[in-house]
Design a protein around this ligand. Structure first.
Ligand code: SF4
Length: 317
C-alpha cells in the first residue's frame, strides 16, 4: 500500500485546553462500536454517565449528546474527562484520530489534517506543500483506473496553475477555471448570490450568518495570496480525487471558490484579520458540515450562476 503524508502531518500536536476553538465544541462525537463495548463495562458513576449520554442520532450513529453545544466530557478546565479517567488509549476512534484524515483510494492512501482544527489550520496554511507527482499504484482497485489516472493528471496540472506565483492569485484562479473549460467573454457580474446561498446554510455559531451578511459589502482582499494558494492546494489534495466515484470534479473547484470568496471578504471587513482563523471557522461551519455540503452541491448543479463562465466573470476587476 502506498501512503503519502505531507510534512505538516507529523508536526501536529493538540494544544488541549489552550485551543481557541476546541473540537469538543459544537460537534457530535460519533462513538465506534468497540469503544462503546468498552464503555459499557466501565463501573461506577463515570460508567453510568458514559452510558447515559450515548444515544442514537437520526442517521443511526451512536453519539454523545451535546450539553450546551459542548461534549459532555469536556470539563470546566477544558480538558477531556475520558482521557483523564480512562486514558488516551480509550478515547473513541473519532477523538483519537481527529484532526488526522485519511483519503483511502484502495491501492494508495493520502493523509492530511482537518482545517477545522486551529492548530492544524496553522500548519496547513503557514507552510507550502506541493502534492507530489508519483507513479501511483492503481492495481486491484474496484473503481475505473482510467478515470483515476485522468484525475491524477488533471490534479497535477491544476496545481501547476495555482502555484504559479508569477501571477496574482485571482488571475491564477481565472486560469484554473479556463483550464476546466471556462470562457471569459463576459463583463463583471454580481457576486451577491454566493453570500445569499451561504446565509441559507446551517451554522453551529448563530452569529456566523451575520458575519457572512456583513462581509457581502466588501471585496475580497488580495493581501493573502500565499495563504489562498495553500488553501487551493489543500482542496485539490483533499477532495479532487473523490470524483473517481463519478461525481462532478468541478465541485472541488467550486467549493474552494466559495471558501475563497466568503473568507477573503470576511477578512476585508475586519481591521486586523486573522485570516487563518477565518478560514478555520469557515471549515468548521461549512467544509465539515455534511448538510451544508449537500446544499452547496445542489446549487452547483441547479443554479446557472455557478457555471464556470460565470465564476470567471465574478473575478473580473
Ligand atoms: S481542535 Fe485541534 S488543537 Fe483544538 S482541542 Fe481539538 S485537536 Fe486539539
Amino acid at each position: 500500500m502506498q501512503k503519502f503524508y505531507p510534512d505538516y502531518y507529523k508536526k501536529f500536536k493538540c494544544i488541549a485546553n489552550q485551543c481557541p476553538d476546541s473540537c469538543c465544541q459544537g460537534w457530535d462525537v460519533v462513538v465506534d462500536e468497540k469503544s462503546e463495548l468498552f464503555y459499557n463495562d466501565v463501573k461506577g458513576e463515570f460508567g453510568d454517565k458514559l452510558r447515559k449520554v450515548t444515544v442514537t442520532d437520526e442517521d443511526g450513529d451512536r453519539i454523545f449528546t451535546l450539553n450546551n453545544m459542548r461534549c459532555p466530557f469536556w470539563n470546566k478546565d477544558e480538558l477531556c474527562d475520558i482521557y483523564i479517567n480512562l486514558g488516551e488509549e480509550n478515547l473513541c476512534e473519532t477523538c483519537k484520530k481527529f484532526p488526522r484524515i485519511t483519503m483511502d483510494y484502495e491501492s494508495f492512501t493520502e493523509h492530511t489534517l482537518s482545517l477545522a482544527c486551529p492548530e492544524a489550520a496553522k500548519l496547513i496554511l503557514n507552510e507550502d506543500f506541493i502534492i507530489p507527482e508519483k507513479n501511483y499504484n492503481l492495481n486491484n482497485v474496484s473503481y475505473n483506473r482510467e478515470n483515476m489516472d485522468k484525475l491524477l493528471n488533471l490534479r497535477t496540472e491544476a496545481q501547476k496553475i495555482i502555484i504559479n506565483k508569477d501571477l496574482p492569485f485571482r488571475e491564477r484562479l481565472k486560469q484554473l477555471l479556463k483550464y476546466f473549460g471556462g470562457k471569459s467573454n463576459f463583463s463583471k457580474r454580481n457576486i451577491k448570490f454566493i453570500f445569499d446561498i451561504h446565509e441559507r446554510l446551517e451554522f453551529i455559531n448563530p452569529e456566523y450568518k451575520n458575519i457572512i451578511k456583513k462581509a457581502s459589502d466588501y471585496n475580497q482582499s488580495d493581501k493573502y495570496d500565499e495563504i489562498y494558494t495553500r488553501l487551493a492546494v489543500y482542496y485539490l489534495y483533499r477532495y479532487f480525487l473523490n470524483a473517481v466515484d463519478g461525481s462532478d470534479m468541478l465541485d472541488t473547484i467550486k467549493k474552494f471558490f466559495c471558501a475563497y470568496i466568503i473568507t477573503a471578504s470576511i477578512a476585508s471587513a475586519k481591521e486586523n484579520p486573522d485570516v487563518i482563523r477565518i478560514i478555520q471557522n469557515y471549515s468548521k461551519e461549512v467544509e465539515h458540515s455534511y448538510d451544508n455540503n449537500r446544499t452547496l452541491e445542489f446549487f452547483f448543479e441547479n443554479d446557472d450562476n455557478f457555471s464556470i463562465d460565470n465564476l470567471i466573470s465574478l473575478l473580473e476587476k
